[in-house]
Design a binder for this molecule. Structure first.
Ligand code: N01
Length: 537
């Protein structure tokens, strides 16, 4: 897509990223008559849904709920096709939004922001891009997404392989034809779990290299029925309110019972209902203590292990696919035929816990046991989550303070929105906010609304600078850690903990207190004149 490249020298707000956050933020800022420019590394809008084009890529929150709520007209006119839409359908929606609100004229595509420096004298940011653009802005907003800095595995020989190499997060736009090929795939998180069944249907042979198995539930995807679309459109306002007050940004009944106070038969029946429902949240909220009590969580773990053994015919493969960490402490997956795929004769599972990866070779992949030969290797190896996209930009706050260095022992934020030492700097769904533990669109809209309200408030009050107070930030970080410590989350080596990136500090990064509670806290802060932030001229 060609687009004239006009970069204004000075704007009110520089936005980094034209995904769901950046697009809505641009729209809101225009409503406030503020000028903004969005820098986007991709050639079009969509963020996650622009980059992650691997086979089988879908969202795992229902389309009618995973969509913007800010415009009644948009809600009413848009026609979703499937319960869990494919990446192309979601990208089509993002493009539709960009066209409908005429967003592209303020987006500079194919341009990565490389550095941003706070100028204390001018009380503004100087933002630089990879193409030597330099823009001054009163505010800098990182709308960079939580899962956008992709990562390769730390193994020798990555460049030596002579066949084709792909990463799920940088999939070729023209697609890949695996027909007749021997394919190896490393990684069994959401991207692996979604792509493995689709690649297996095409490839001559698929070998899956698994370090940690995922808990995966069947998505039970289907086309949406006209009557359910109609009902939702009639009830959207009430539904959106329920989303905002919920725990995960997806309205669900609040559980009242402990998994340990009911009979095994009752529990099994409840888990079966959740499994059949095709929703992640229903399983995690079947009982009130699944996220906080090991014994309660073990009941769900044992039940899912049984399911895996029912589906997968080879008992050793079923064992290898059965996770040991508590259910929900690494991001669970929704799949279509994931476990069933391991019954195919052309699919092989390599358990890297028994035979670790040694290197990538010219011909394929070598484990401690043997060399496997491939025509193509797929890396479904995930992201430097939550902080990678922020610290990859050389952001310098007061007195040249580097964000990367400041966060070297883990991210420290106030509400996941701002960070001390970095005036007029906002993050949309930053670490310390519910973000990845929620329906992202709900959290994005809440942050964008809060940030634009804060900017409007400054203008009304004749103030120019807003920055978190260190004590308030320390208290928030303590609170985020305290909530996490009540849960089982820290028990798994997850990307929530930074554990997938060697050397990254082990800190539970998202806020686990729930979307509704978090929103209340943010609203309270604003109502008290932005308590915990310092506002100055
Ligand atoms: O990445 P991941 P992802 N050697 O980090 C393995 C969202 N998302 O792209 O677990 C061997 O989950 C790694 O093993 P381990 C969703 O929030 C949503 O799949 O670290 N293996 C793991 O198995 C999701 O959680 C959707 O031991 C290595 C895999 O690679 C998040 O994005 C779809 C390795 C990486 O899994 C990330 O998902 C897709 C190594 N050196 C993504 N390094 C939906 O909406 C890594 N691995 C459905």
């Amino acid at each position: 897509m060609s687009h004239p490249r006009t970069v204004p020298p000075s704007v009110d707000v520089v936005i980094v990223g034209a995904g769901f956050s950046g697009m809505y933020l641009l729209h809101k800022l225009r409503e406030l008559d503020l000028t903004a420019v969005v820098f986007e590394a991709g050639a079009d809008v969509g963020g996650t849904w622009y980059w992650n084009r691997y086979p089988g890529a879908r969202v795992d929150v229902e389309s009618l709920a995973y969509s913007y709520s800010f415009s009644d007209e948009l809600e009413q006119e848009y026609e979703w096709q499937e319960r869990y839409p494919t990446q192309p359908e979601i990208l089509k929606y993002a493009r539709h939004v960009a066209d409908r609100f005429d967003l592209r004229k303020d987006i500079v595509f194919r341009t990565r922001v490389s550095a941003a420096t706070w100028d204390e004298g001018a009380k503004s940011w100087l933002v630089r891009t990879e193409h030597e653009d330099a823009v001054t802005a009163r505010f800098l907003v990182m709308a960079t997404g939580c899962l956008s800095a992709s990562k390769m595995p730390e193994i020798p020989g990555l460049d030596t392989f002579k066949g084709a190499t792909y990463h799920t997060a940088h999939w070729p736009h023209e697609g890949v034809d695996f027909s007749g090929l021997r394919v190896g795939i490393i990684g069994t998180g959401s991207s692996g779990v979604q792509s493995i069944p689709v690649i297996a249907e095409q490839a001559a042979d698929l070998t899956v290299f698994q370090r940690t198995p995922a808990y995966s539930l069947p998505a039970r995807n289907r086309r949406l029925r006209p009557d359910e679309i109609k009902t939702m459109k009639l009830n959207y306002r009430k539904f959106r309110q329920a989303q905002r007050e919920s725990g995960f940004g997806v309205p669900t009944p609040v559980p009242t019972k402990s998994a340990l106070e009911v009979s095994e038969a009752e529990r099994d029946a409840a888990f079966e209902v959740a499994w059949e429902s095709g929703s992640l949240v229903n399983l995690l909220t079947a009982y009130k203590d699944l996220a906080v009590d090991q014994a309660a969580n073990d009941t769900a773990k044992r039940w899912i292990h049984r399911k895996i053994h029912d589906i997968v015919s080879d008992p050793q493969v079923a064992d290898d696919l059965s996770p040991e960490y508590p259910v929900g402490t690494k991001r669970p997956c929704l799949d279509t035929n994931y476990y069933e795929t391991y019954n195919r004769p052309n699919v092989h599972l390599v358990n890297l816990r028994r035979t670790p990866l040694v290197e990538v070779t010219e011909k394929g992949i070598r484990t401690s046991e043997r060399e496997y030969e491939f025509d193509a290797i797929v890396y479904a190896t995930g992201f430097d989550a939550m902080t990678g996209a922020l610290t990859n930009v050389d952001i310098r706050g007061r007195d040249g303070l580097s964000l990367k260095e400041t966060w070297s022992a883990g991210p420290r934020t106030y509400l996941g929105i701002g960070t001390a030492g970095f005036p007029n700097f906002f993050m949309i769904t930053g670490p310390g906010s519910p973000s990845v533990l929620s329906n992202m669109v709900v959290s994005i809209e809440q942050h964008v609304d809060w940030v634009t309200d804060a900017i409007a408030h400054l203008r009304e009050q004749g103030l120019r600078v807003i920055e978190p107070v260190r004590e308030a930030q320390d208290a928030w970080v303590d609170h985020v850690n305290e909530i996490a410590s009540y849960t089982l989350y820290p028990k798994a080596n997850s990307w929530y903990m930074g554990a997938n990136v060697p050397g990254k500090p082990r800190v539970f990064m998202p806020y686990a207190g729930g979307v509704g509670e978090y929103r209340k806290k943010c609203d309270e802060v604003a109502a008290k004149g932005y308590e915990g932030f310092e506002l100055t001229v």
